[in-house]
Design a protein around this ligand. Structure first.
Ligand code: HEC
Ligand code: HEC
Ligand code: HEC
Ligand code: HEC
Ligand code: HEC
Ligand code: HEC
Ligand code: HEC
Ligand code: HEC
Length: 428
């Protein structure tokens, strides 16, 4: 150590010792530099200081500067603060970091950005986090992704860990409650919260909470089925899109799933060859590409159900979900074929941004103004999803009225619209 540094070091040590003594005298349990953050922030952001105060971190003397660094110390240098990403949490919680990194949540940000529609919508919704990005913030961002965020002037959303253990209590009890999943797993295309909370599994949980079932009564939560034994690594067999490879042996189902893969832009509608989107699906783990990968997750889930139900009961129930996927694929493919034939006959013009003259679900409602495409998209994204998600979450009403029945209705509407479009189309 250089002489000058030694002196500074010695001075620093004396200062810390002095402040430490002062802290002891005043009854404050925290260390010197943290005292500085906290005493000022008690005025600036009292709610967060209080929230941190009730955390395990406060108990264990993990303080503001452990996560935020100590370069910012006044109101004028706030830009010097570190907004901690997952790596910072990972320094002390290696296991959870590793599990999270291997799980599906780690692909949230990447899969969002892999969709073409994302880049047509306002940045506020994405990098700003008030829409899609508010849920897809999940995932460890690469240095380049973080730079892109900052270059656009977006400062926050650097951490996925606080999505279930919200800052600054960072509580494990909060993360174990199904409400921790609700903000994201709800609504239009993935109403798992609504399905679970109104199923027997969910209602039992709430009845138990109200003290009307004994503490030991069985009531599986999202975490029990999806993050078993405290793991942070999540993944399901079918995933979100309810498609997988290889194609099924059943000829009809295979043809129907192929129509869906074309509408997802994964297969070229003309040649049937895989497109670049197939690579994207692989790199974001969107679908299972082998029978084994699918089976592994399925068997894992059956083992979880079997802690309460008979194994064969669980197996049969989940197979019912698979069969409803097959049934809904057939309705879906019929809709896709009707709309595709309108493209083929020039009745719908290919929007400039579409790669093919074929329906494209990855543009969501941005279909180039074709209403029938929007009806078809909603049939896929809202109703087909509910048909099987409802079975998997033991919710008969979602499966039928909000799923299957609504798909049937969409198909009727698509047929009617196509008839009118053909009748009113002027041949030039
Ligand atoms: C003299 C008062 C003062 C001290 C000391 C202080 N801060 Fe701050 N801090 C502020 C003010 C003022 C802001 C801006 C609040 C606002 O935007 O309304 C701020 C903002 C922050 C933010 C939010 C940054 C952002 O980008 O929004 C964090 C995190 C933070 N401080 C952490 C710390 C830590 C850690 C320390 C100790 C190393 C510390 N502060 C010391 C006054 C202080
Ligand atoms: C265990 C780590 C950790 C500790 C300890 C911690 N923070 Fe934070 N803090 C975070 C994370 C994570 C964020 C969110 C970062 C982002 O959005 O990119 C954050 C964000 C903030 C923000 C800005 C965002 C907002 O919602 O306003 C403020 C202000 C803040 N912290 C203050 C504090 C203060 C004051 C302390 C000490 C009492 C503290 N933090 C301790 C992890 C921590
Ligand atoms: C400097 C080390 C350190 C850092 C950085 C840190 N933690 Fe912790 N954390 C601890 C210690 C120590 C405990 C208490 C012992 C334990 O439960 O492991 C703890 C406990 C926890 C708990 C359990 C709380 C409870 O209710 O039992 C959670 C959750 C947690 N941390 C999340 C986070 C998150 C998220 C981050 C990043 C934003 C983070 N930690 C950053 C050290 C750290
Ligand atoms: C901040 C939003 C958010 C929260 C909170 C959240 N999730 Fe997720 N979850 C997502 C996103 C986004 C994805 C899709 C990830 C992707 O794009 O690859 C996802 C995917 C999943 C999947 C994987 C589905 C598949 O494709 O196989 C499961 C299972 C899951 N979440 C369960 C949970 C559970 C259980 C909780 C609560 C403990 C929870 N999530 C909390 C946003 C969230
Ligand atoms: C999808 C929700 C979710 C996300 C995101 C999440 N956690 Fe957790 N975390 C949980 C649940 C649920 C538990 C409780 C596990 C159990 O039952 O023991 C937990 C427990 C913990 C614990 C306490 C472990 C113990 O045994 O006391 C720590 C520490 C922790 N998480 C850190 C992290 C870190 C670090 C991240 C980010 C890399 C993170 N968590 C992201 C849901 C989540
Ligand atoms: C009783 C167990 C169980 C509970 C409780 C449960 N799930 Fe599921 N979940 C499943 C099964 C089974 C699947 C389908 C697995 C497959 O693809 O074979 C599934 C699938 C999912 C998927 C992928 C898409 C889908 O719906 O098919 C997500 C995301 C998900 N669950 C989140 C949640 C959330 C969030 C909660 C709580 C609100 C929850 N789950 C409660 C068993 C459960
Ligand atoms: C309310 C939170 C929320 C919003 C808003 C949201 N998503 Fe999602 N998204 C999720 C969740 C949760 C999942 C996983 C659902 C499941 O597996 O059933 C998901 C799944 C996805 C997937 C599939 C990921 C995979 O690998 O399986 C893509 C792609 C996607 N969302 C894109 C978008 C786009 C684009 C937007 C905005 C135009 C958006 N999301 C808006 C929560 C959200
Ligand atoms: C922690 C115990 C537990 C786990 C794990 C569990 N269940 Fe249940 N399940 C129950 C209880 C209790 C009921 C209510 C039984 C009743 O209605 O009499 C129930 C009800 C059901 C129902 C409603 C039909 C009925 O008989 O009322 C279905 C379907 C179901 N479970 C399927 C599953 C599947 C599939 C899994 C795994 C993905 C699973 N369960 C996991 C405890 C569990």
């Amino acid at each position: 150590m250089e002489e000058r540094h030694k002196i500074l070091f010695a001075k620093g040590t004396i200062l810390i010792a002095l402040l430490g003594t002062l802290a002891l005298i005043s009854g404050s349990p925290v260390l010197a530099d943290e005292n500085e953050c906290i005493s000022c922030h008690r005025k600036v952001t009292p709610g967060f200081v209080a929230d941190w105060g009730v955390s395990k971190h406060a108990e264990e003397e993990v303080t503001c500067s452990d996560c935020h660094g100590d370069r910012h110390r006044t109101a004028k240098d706030v830009h010097l603060v570190r907004l901690p990403d997952e790596h910072v949490c990972g320094e002390c919680h290696e296991d959870q970091f590793g599990q999270f990194a291997r799980g599906k949540h780690n692909y949230g940000w990447r899969s969002l950005n892999a969709l073409p529609v994302t880049h047509m919508e306002p940045d506020e919704l994405m990098e700003g986090g008030v829409g899609c990005g508010g849920c897809h913030n999940m995932g460890i961002k690469s240095a380049a992704e973080k730079r892109a965020l900052r270059d656009k002037g977006y400062r926050y959303q650097n951490n996925s860990c606080d999505e279930c253990h919200t800052r600054h209590a960072f509580s494990v009890k909060e993360a174990r409650h199904p409400r921790a999943c609700q903000q994201c797993h709800m609504g239009f295309d993935h109403p798992q919260w609504e399905m679970w909370s109104s199923s027997k599994h969910g209602t039992r949980f709430f009845v138990k909470q109200a003290g009307r079932l004994p503490e030991g009564a069985a009531a599986p939560t999202c975490q029990f089925c999806h993050l078993p034994d405290g793991t942070h690594e999540n993944r399901t067999a079918w995933g979100f899109f309810g498609v997988r490879l290889p194609l099924p042996a059943d000829k009809q189902w295979s043809a129907d799933r192929t129509a869906i893969l074309k509408a997802l832009g994964v297969l070229n509608p003309e040649t049937g060859e895989p497109t670049r989107r197939m690579e994207m699906m692989k790199s974001t783990r969107m679908i299972r590409f082998t029978e084994d990968a699918w089976k592994r997750e399925r068997e894992r889930m059956i083992r979880i159900c079997s802690t309460c139900h008979a194994g064969q009961y669980a197996r049969q129930r989940l197979e019912m979900g698979d069969r409803m996927i097959r049934q809904s694929d057939h309705l879906m493919a019929r809709g896709i074929r009707i709309v595709a034939s309108l493209y083929k006959d020039g009745i719908i013009k290919k929007p400039g941004h579409y790669p093919f003259a074929y329906p494209d679900f990855f543009y969501f409602y941005r279909t180039g103004g074709s209403y029938i495409d929007q009806v078809l998209f909603k049939m896929y994204m809202k109703y087909r999803m509910r048909t099987y998600q409802g079975v998997f979450h033991a919710n008969p009403d979602y499966t039928y009225w909000y799923g299957w029945a609504a798909m049937t209705k969409s198909l009727g509407e698509i047929k009617e619209l196509a008839r009118t479009m053909r009748a009113t189309h002027k041949v030039k």
